[in-house]
Design a protein around this ligand. Structure first.
Ligand code: TXA
Ligand code: MG
Length: 363
């Protein structure tokens, strides 16, 4: 891991713990993205998160947990830890937990009655994850409780993968304590699996941990919501806010191009004559073979390995968004499940991108 808890002293972590106990907000690093944390048992603190993010109150939050020090961290018994949060934790659930926690996997359970509905968006389920980042773990262990933490960005915007991204996101709005844990290694949000229906595991958000990896390591089949059309839940609550079509969006227009089809992507923007940033695979020599139009293109290399791509995706989108381009073009991710997480984020980012993205997102 590129960062460790030595980046933050014990005194700073203690101050963060006190801030959480006092009902304040603390931004902290996880291996996926930075989270905006609050005490999961304090409804006033939870409300502050929704206000700070500009997030509709029916969009549920993830509860973050860590095993207390008394557990041998390699053989944690999660049953007693989960008992005050989740009901009906099945053998399958424990298999997933023992295989992938701590790590970028969020599981949705029926909630214990003590879990505040302020954090579940009024639903009777609760999403839980145990982050792997050492600073997140130290914070959670010392806090000795659950911390709700959405990604530390304004609603619909690009998630932060460094402490300075978080600072930038809330500058002038919120005097926020931010724990610095360096750059996030995974770079996109956790995979979310819904176990609350009791029989089937359903993928709600793709991430670094894929259904095939889950099947290979546990034998558990993960269904896609599309596989279950007939039984799909009818309530119209947005179970996953990232499932809105527009999300993770930069202010600069962003589009994807198919291999060799840059000019097609550009044709949607006939007025753009200059200042186009084009991401190209690092495995490919150069765009020039595609034939450059008159526009001033600047090529930015992006990794052709899916994990490396994910790790840098939000960083690149943020950096490019600050550079004053008229248009940003990204290559369409190749087919293959290992690309599903980044494909999902890129497609939503395209849909919500552009100067009017905020009205897009709230519609
Ligand atoms: O990697 C992550 O999961 C990051 C880090 C900070 O842990 N957190 C994160 O939180 O992405 P947020 O709030 O940006 O996204 C949480 C997602 C939302 O899309 C929400 O709808 C979904 O989790 N979620 C939360 N509770 C749920 C529930 N009870 N049922 C279904 N989905 C739920
Ligand atoms: Mg988010």
């Amino acid at each position: 891991m590129s960062s460790d808890s030595s980046l933050q002293s014990a005194a700073v972590i203690n101050e963060a713990v006190q801030t959480l106990r006092d009902g304040g907000l603390v931004a902290f690093p996880t291996e996926t993205v930075y989270g905006l944390g609050a005490d999961a048992k304090n409804s006033e603190a939870i409300k502050k998160i929704f206000v700070a993010k500009g997030r509709p109150s029916n969009h549920p939050l993830i509860v973050h947990l860590a095993a207390p020090d008394r557990f041998d961290q390699t053989h944690v018994d999660w049953v007693p830890i989960l008992s005050s949060w989740a009901r009906d934790v099945s053998e399958e659930a424990l298999k997933l937990i023992n295989t992938f926690w701590p790590g970028p996997l969020t599981l949705v359970f029926k909630k214990d009655k003590s879990v505040l509905t302020d954090l579940t968006g009024g639903q009777d389920t609760v999403a839980i994850r145990a982050p792997a980042h050492p600073i997140a773990q130290e914070l959670l262990r010392k806090f000795k409780g659950g911390v709700v933490a959405p990604s530390a960005n304004r609603f619909g915007k690009v998630s932060p993968t460094s402490a300075s991204d978080v600072r930038h996101e809330f500058e002038g709005m919120l005097d926020l304590m931010i724990l610095d844990g360096g750059d996030c290694e995974v770079g996109i949000e956790s995979t979310i699996i819904d176990l609350s229906s009791g029989d089937k595991a359903i993928l709600l958000r793709p991430g670094a941990i894929t259904p095939s990896e889950i099947f290979a390591k546990t034998g558990i089949k993960v269904y896609l919501p599309g596989d279950l059309k007939a039984n799909e839940p009818t309530e119209d609550l947005p179970k996953v806010s990232g499932s809105l079509k527009a999300h993770y969006a930069p202010t600069t227009p962003l589009r994807l191009y198919a291999p060799g089809r840059i000019l097609d992507a550009l044709s949607e923007f006939p007025d753009i004559k200059s200042r186009v940033a084009v991401a190209v695979w690092d495995s490919e020599s150069s765009l020039s073979e595609d034939g450059h139009p008159s526009a001033h293109f600047e090529e930015v290399e992006v990794p052709s390995d899916s994990s490396a791509f994910a790790s840098r995706l939000y960083r690149s989108l943020r950096d490019l968004d600050q550079q004053g381009w008229d248009l940003i073009l990204f290559p369409e991710p190749p087919a293959g499940e290992e690309w599903d997480g980044v494909r999902d984020r890129l497609q939503r980012a395209c849909f919500g991108s552009g100067p009017s993205s905020s009205s897009h997102v709230s519609s």
